[in-house]
Ligand binder design. Structure first.
Ligand code: NAP
Length: 245
């Protein structure tokens, strides 16, 4: 699902019943694109804002100013009631997940932390202070079960696992601070399941339960709709079950 089909990053709501603003960072990705489509189709928000590397304003996780501009742009449209970070990095033409410590590479590790930990941390830095002080508001970032330390029995994928574990700690820490500012709000990490996107394509194994992005988006939105502030700081999967740290 490419952002080429998105002619404008902001949808104007047609009815007074819609409230607040929903935002997706990484709206050009497989899951991000499906999330934007599902949020638009649900018609619950007054404005739906999609950010990607080819929107205007554009975001780049390695450019903090772009993330601040995006947060300011979104907040100018009303109260941020749902913000989902669907960005992430697993592989590219230079880096594939490590099978052994022999493949550990400083540049691969640094890129994974830059995109999976530091970028989302900077999104939180600029989004969380802009969440409403009262009423439910959700910030969710797409983490991955393989970032769970307690659940790591297979090994491998050092950079991805470690950068998602760092993301989980950043989410937990920010949630503590958010609870003082916005007691009804949530800041969570969520595992979308294995989803058929370009990120997972090279690693699809027979027998694995793989979801289409549209189904994954429905699952994620349903969990986010059900969670309450008591769950803030948590790490959940697409069924709403807590994932061990
Ligand atoms: N697919 C799965 O099975 C699976 C499983 C567990 C967790 N997850 C997590 O779910 C999230 C979304 O994954 P996906 O499967 O939808 O992958 P995807 O299709 O590859 O999407 C990745 C997204 O990250 C964005 N991105 C990458 N580098 C960026 C940068 N420098 N600046 C701004 N945006 C950047 C991409 O933007 P562009 O569109 O501009 O390239 C794209 O929107 C990731 O965090 C991933 O770790 C996925």
């Amino acid at each position: 699902m490419g952002l080429a089909r998105v002619t404008a990053p902001v949808d104007q709501g047609a009815t007074a019943a819609r409230v607040g603003v929903a935002v997706v960072f990484g709206a050009g990705g497989g899951i991000g694109g499906a999330l934007i489509a599902a949020i638009r189709a649900a018609e619950k928000f007054e404005h739906v804002v999609a950010f990607g590397r080819s929107t205007s304003p554009a975001i780049d996780l390695t450019d903090e100013a772009s993330l601040e501009r995006a947060a300011t742009f979104a907040a100018a449209h009303g109260e941020l009631r749902l913000v989902i970070d669907a960005t992430g990095f697993l592989h590219d033409e230079r880096h594939t997940p490590e099978k052994s410590w022999r493949q550990l590479d400083a540049a691969h590790l640094a890129r994974s932390f830059a995109l999976n930990s530091i970028g989302p941390a900077l999104i939180m830095k600029h989004v969380l202070p802009r969440l409403p002080r009262k009423g439910k508001a959700v910030f969710a970032t797409l983490s991955a079960r393989v970032g769970s330390i307690g659940d790591n029995r297979l090994g491998g994928w050092y950079s991805y696992r470690a950068s998602k574990a760092a993301l989980n700690q950043l989410v937990r820490t920010a949630a503590v601070e958010l609870s003082r500012q916005s007691p009804d709000a949530l800041c969570i990490a969520i595992h979308p399941g294995t989803v058929a996107t370009s990120l997972s394509a090279p690693f699809a194994t027979t027998g694995l339960e793989v979801h289409e992005p549209e189904a994954a988006a429905r699952n994620l939105l349903s969990v986010l709709a059900q969670l309450t502030a008591e769950s803030s700081g948590g790490f959940f999967d697409w069924r709403g079950q807590a994932v061990p740290w």
